[in-house]
Design a protein around this ligand. Sequence first.
Ligand code: CDP
Length: 231
Amino acid sequence: MKNITIAIDGFSSTGKSTVAKRLAKALGYVYVDSGAMYRAVTLYAMQKGFITISSFDKNDLIAHLKDIEIGFEFNEDLGFSEVFLNGKNVEKQIRTLEVSQFVSQIATVSEVRKQMVRQQQKMGANKGVVMDGRDIGTVVFPDAELKLFMTASAEKRAQRRYDELIERGDKVSYEEVLKNVQSRDHIDSTRKDSPLTMAEDAIKIDNSALSLEEQFELVYDLAKTTISKSQ
Ligand code: CDP
């Protein structure tokens, strides 16, 4: 059976990564969370003081890009790959609201994007990959056989992300999560380099009213159909 490339793009907290992870597992494909890579670069920039509430030293970050090594390691117990920054597991640290508050600014930097895209294209070179993000169907894999674009109302997405953060034990308010979702939507959609837009040949899925189960079934059927058409 010939493997294909599946690109899942869309707004934050639309359940992209949950569905992508499950889809990869069901198909025996590799899953790559491209957002985790931008989050790891952000964590690095925060640790080095290149980005704070009041400043962003873009040139310092660019000068240190060569010192940033991002990798994924499959965790058997969790059933998915965790992110490593310069050899250190940062899976939990990169998911905080603090990192979310800086990540979209970091993701506007072309030099950062170039380095991430190069690495993502290498990871998907043999196909058999499900990758989720903002520019996968438009920039990273414009020839992907299946492209999906996920969306849902900002309020619904903020509620989902708020529940996730509270579940982890983070102290956040719904209002600040909603503000972050809206602010990232804006920065991601209006940046010059690789803005978040739907590829012309993508299938749009509004999941405001879909459960994760219904969303998965829909996506799984689309993947199966595309795989059999590609043989
Ligand atoms: O999980 P969530 O939807 O919150 O976002 P993510 O996938 O972890 O991505 C975090 C941020 O990284 C996004 O808001 C974008 O600013 C950036 N990103 C990007 O620019 N390009 C990608 N391919 C993936 C993420």
